[in-house]
Design a protein. Sequence first.
Lengths: 371, 140
Amino acid sequence: MTAAAFAAAGAADRVRNAVLRQVCALRALRPVLVDRGRRLAAMQAVAVLSAAFLALRAPLVSLWLGAAVFGVPHLLAGVRAVAVRRRSSRVALVCAVLGLGVGAAQIAGAGDSALRAFVLLFATALGWEALTAARRRPWAALALLAAIVPGVAAAWTAPRLAVVVLAHLHGLGALLYFGITARGRRLPVWPLFAGVAVVTVAAIGGLLDGLMASTLYAPRSASGSIVAEAITAGLPHPTAVVFHRALFVYAFGQSLHFAAWLRLLPDVERISPTPKTFRRALADFRADFCRFATPLLVLTVAAILLLLLGGGRARETYFALSYFHVGLEGAALAGLVFGGSTAVLVPGAKRATRPLPVSASPVRVDVEAAA
Amino acid sequence: MRYPSLVGAFFCLLIARSASAHTSVGGGGSPSDPDADCLRWEAVPLSAADAAVADGGVDASGDAGDAADAGASDAGTTTVTLKLRCVEHATMFGCACALGAGPAQPMSAAASALVVAVALLAAASRRRPKRRRRSVEVTP
């Protein structure tokens, strides 16, 4: 199984090397590929543009493909970033495990009670981060606690609306987590944040109304689940304008949060200034997850197939079992905001290793590996 | 616990077994519901005739069948009867051949097979000799 995975990664590396060699032949594009900062900036621009295009023209398809293709991988990437390569608090980890149980209860039909339990778990994880940081940042901790208490009270009375708000905050939190980490390494984040601000303001202000699709396509197999998710994006009984704008913002944010965990953050946190080969990335994945690596890879591939082909039932199962990561990542973000270290645990690295480069240096990408 | 992955597998199997409830916060209808793909609902006032029919259905005296009186209250104020109507549908593509579209058995079987395979892989990999993991913090 592992050998097959490495063989597949090797084949993918050869294809990528061939593509990179062709692209690097173009003098104008070469700096974008060989300079870490420019490469990251270009990826942010591509992420914003592609997310905006999909959310404008096919928001329901964007929600469908996003959860199906990137859902489980982004869960793994998130857990890896905040709990494997960094140290999450025990409280956050316990809340995450309990969140899995609550997700199971929700599948069994717990309804709004499960949503309230999720809110309590998220609040506990966040509150613990505030309490532990109270000595270092008393005012910030107090502000967070002051926001949590009325937030929990409001969520308790309107749990469904709270989940919608949490979904938006979760997407925004992923971008903030990436932004803080990237700025800690003096890497550019302005294309992402400027793009998000411009696109969001333009959409809410109505400048993009003419570009939004009037016919919303959805796959028949998972239509019930996708329609239900789309309905929650806006207010109850919205007008056509409000519904389409809210759906755009929701789909746009969801796409970008997948990009943050799967594409942008890994590029910030790698040690070498050059991109990793797929074989190297697979080896790092094995080093991080140890004996769970192969089962997780199998689970990921199978989950993608199930989510693409399994219809609404598979989607609902995925959502219920993935709520746990909202609190885990929220607590990690709070830890970063409260002055936590952006350092990462790199398995197998020697203590005398070269520190992560904080600024971009012109380097040659690994296309020569195949030469 | 010696076999956590197997315990996790049974936990997941129980979930797959009961994964029939709709868990999204948005609700959603059954496949037979013609408005199951409805994206947007609007409250529209019922016409006088419609309101009369609606009244007639609930008023056992039969007097409510008079359309002229429909919607008028005794106090002289007008009571508007509202009805939710779907004003925007999603357009479907592809087939309804998903595992989840039919009875629960195919989906549960697929999920069960997946979970068992993952659990066996995890259990098998546990027998290999452990290598000590060395991690070191790398700071910018």
